[in-house]
Design a protein around this ligand. Structure first.
Ligand SMILES: Nc1ncnc2c1ncn2[C@@H]1O[C@H](COP(=O)(O)OP(=O)(O)OP(=O)(O)O)[C@@H](O)[C@H]1O
Ligand SMILES: [Mg+2]
Length: 673
């Protein structure tokens, strides 16, 4: 059981680590980013530096600086851009592992949880387009292996889609730009990253079912490559140097990226003004020390915005995008095509979206928002796209929330099941008496309306030859009714009404305590407004152990009364022929069965009046009371089988509802990655 939850956003360009404590009352109740080397965001970079014959690992910004110094001496190399699908990692696997471990070691994490790393769980993000079964699972293995043999191996490591994490952050963060109203609708999160474009649609507070995750390998690092190309365009000496020293490439790409960012920060009006975010790069060529300026002008940038994208896109199948059709398109054209494909995929699924949240560092490029507004506008003038104020921290914080949420949901599910197992049978059993009365009363009504009255009509019309026929008719009707939807609905309705009146309030009190104890948010709280949710549990009236012979007897008894009264009414309430019948009826049981078997039905039918007396008369209080008593005994005998079905129905509802919470965390396939 973890008490500290780390969210590790290992991005292609940048890495951030957030911490959330297990309980709301502790420090880090709200996730906060941990600093590594005094900064909450570090470039995803690793350097292996040889010092005194030993290899030292340096990560982040320091790696870049150290390498810039040491590279000139040829004893260090920068490793960056190692975030790719595990199957393509190859030799970079070790870089990824060393980076992951060293970042964790360096994360300012003080004081460590009392349980040490055993009290930590670490959620690491992966792009949406990675498959759960293959990519994410293999990635988790690689990351676990990275910690093997260290104290950190005690921590739990899981891999979670980044856009899912961003979404959780968007929903739960009190400073989220999503209003409460916006959170009621489906939300679309678009994470514009350095190597991937990730998209996730979710209905957070309704049925909490993520409709889907999708993505493709469209990354903003494309511009970094183009900026470097532009800087090298008229520098054959630098190009030659790079050919001979390929390990310089990652460093120069890093500075090209900084230059790109500076360009967007400065947004120069003058198209010819060169902008740079990089120090002068020195290198040796032709035995001479040379220097390279990595800069870009507005004019050059406009050209590279139109350049064709240079990497395989691997769009996820949900988007129905043909990679061949995207060939030769620019970054922005592909971005627009992907968003449009997403919009169409949502429509194809018969679904919809409300607000669109842009996340990821590259969403700072203004055209990402402009295009998204255009694609997702619900009508003219509509601007559904919002930008998170801290796009670079969304994923790491969301990941730590994910980890905490996952833990609390699992613990909550266990506690809820335990509560149901321990408290529910007791509560239902204690309150069985009112259920029995309610069912007996309602069943008596059904018997009269569904069996007695129509049979009486048929009898009057001379439809039966003997009493046995009458009995058979009632038996058939009872069996049919019990197997029918109407029969099932009857029990479900009565049991749910009883549940609301007698059981729910008591159970709610206990559930509220659980919700508070596990910090379960509103959208995934258990709601047991009914005992039997027909959508989740199939209640079966015909499999109840209700002694149906007794039900049939009750029907015959009612029928006998009704016949007596009808005949009495016909003869002006003078009981002539009905003496024997009245006696049989009064005694019930065997004499009644004997009477029913012997009775000459056609003769009776002839004596029945044309118009039968009304329901009130035919089924008066005296008859009712007697029938209800008999039915009550019958329900009592079925006590166990009724309670069993109620308990099974509630258990199914709890399972279904906790599954909803899991779906929010793991996606529709329910796969933990
Ligand atoms: N001010 C800025 N203007 C333009 N781009 C920026 C700015 N700041 C950061 N970026 C870009 O954002 C990207 C990094 O964003 P982010 O950290 O979300 O990606 P990542 O998580 O590293 O990548 P991925 O999610 O693909 O693994 C980089 O391409 C970076 O250059
Ligand atoms: Mg990212």
């Amino acid at each position: 059981m973890a008490n500290h939850h780390l969210g590790f956003d290992l991005g292609h360009a940048d890495t951030a680590i957030a911490l959330a404590s297990g309980r709301e009352t502790e420090r880090f109740a709200a996730p906060a980013n941990l600093e590594v080397q005094g900064q909450s965001i570090q470039p995803t970079a690793l350097a292996r530096i040889k010092r005194e014959g030993k290899e030292v690992l340096v990560v982040g910004g320091r790696a870049i600086r150290e390498v810039s110094k040491a590279q000139a001496q040829g004893n260090a190399a920068l490793k960056a851009a190692f975030k790719t699908r595990p199957k393509n990692l190859g030799a970079a696997t070790a870089d990824l592992q060393d980076f992951f471990r060293t970042m964790l070691e360096e994360a300012a994490f003080d004081p460590a949880p009392p349980e040490g790393w055993a009290g930590c769980s670490i959620a690491v993000g992966c792009p949406s387009s990675w498959s759960a079964e293959e990519d994410a699972r293999a990635y988790a293995e690689i990351l676990r292996e990275a910690l093997a043999g260290t104290d950190m191996a005690k921590a739990e490591v899981s891999v979670v889609p980044e856009s899912r994490a961003a979404l959780l952050q968007a929903i739960e963060n009190p400073n989220s730009p999503l209003t409460l109203e916006a959170r009621r609708e489906n939300i679309l999160v678009i994470d514009v990253g350095s190597s991937t474009l990730d998209m996730s649609l979710i209905a957070p507070e309704q049925k909490a079912s993520p409709l889907f995750d999708a993505g493709l390998d469209l990354g903003a690092s494309f511009f970094d490559r183009r900026v470097l190309d532009a800087a090298l365009a008229d520098r054959s000496d630098a190009r030659g140097f790079l050919e001979l020293n390929p390990h310089y490439r990652d460093l120069w790409l890093y500075y090209a990226r900084r230059t790109k960012e500076q360009f967007f920060i400065d947004a120069p009006h003058d198209d010819e003004e060169p902008i740079s975010g990089a120090p002068l790069q020195t290198f040796f060529a032709g035995g001479q020390r040379q220097s390279l300026t990595i800069d870009i002008t507005g004019e050059e940038f406009a050209t590279l915005r139109r350049a064709p994208y240079d990497r395989p896109l691997n769009p996820s199948p949900e988007l129905s995008l043909d990679p061949a059709a995207l060939q030769g398109m620019s970054w922005e054209e592909i971005y627009e095509a992907a968003l449009t494909a997403l919009r169409e995929a949502i429509a194809r699924r018969g679904s919809a979206y409300g607000r669109v949240l842009l996340a990821g560092g590259a969403s700072r490029m203004p055209f990402t928002e402009e295009i998204a507004q255009r694609v997702f506008a619900h009508g003219p003038g509509d601007t559904p796209v919002l930008r998170d104020p801290e796009p670079s921290h969304m994923v790491s914080r969301g990941l730590s929330r994910w980890s905490r949420r996952q833990e609390s949901v699992e613990r909550f599910a266990v506690a809820a099941r335990k509560l149901m197992k321990e408290r529910l049978p007791e509560l239902a059993s204690e309150n069985f008496e009112p259920l029995k009365d309610r069912l007996a009363t309602a069943l008596a009504g059904v018997i009269f309306d569904r069996f007695v009255e129509p049979v009486l009509q048929l009898w009057k019309d001379g439809a039966f030859r003997t009493g046995r026929d009458v009995r058979a008719e009632i038996e058939t009707r009872t069996a049919e009714w019990l197997a029918s939807e109407e029969g099932t609905d009857f029990f479900v309705r009565e049991i749910n009404a009883w549940w609301r009146e007698e059981v729910k309030h008591e159970l709610d009190r206990e559930l509220d305590k659980l919700h508070a104890a596990f910090d379960v948010s509103r959208d995934i709280q258990l709601n047991l407004g009914q005992a039997i949710d027909p959508a989740v549990f199939r209640f079966s009236a015909s499999s109840l152990d209700l002694p149906f012979e007794a039900v049939i007897q009750a029907a015959l008894l009612t029928l006998a009364f009704a016949v007596t009264i009808a005949i009495d009414a016909h003869f002006g309430f003078v009981p002539i022929t009905t003496g024997a019948l009245a006696a049989a009826v009064a005694v019930g049981g065997k004499p009644l069965r004997a009477w029913i078997a012997r009775i000459d039905v056609p003769a009776f039918a002839r004596r029945l009046p044309d118009r039968l007396p009304g329901r009130e008369q035919l089924f008066d209080a005296r008859v009712r009371a007697r029938v209800e008593k008999q039915l009550g005994q019958s329900v009592e005998k079925a006590r166990r089988s009724i309670l069993d079905q109620i308990e099974a129905a509630v258990a199914a509802s709890v399972t279904q509802q906790t599954k909803r919470a899991r779906v929010l965390l793991h996606g529709e396939d329910g796969n933990a990655r």
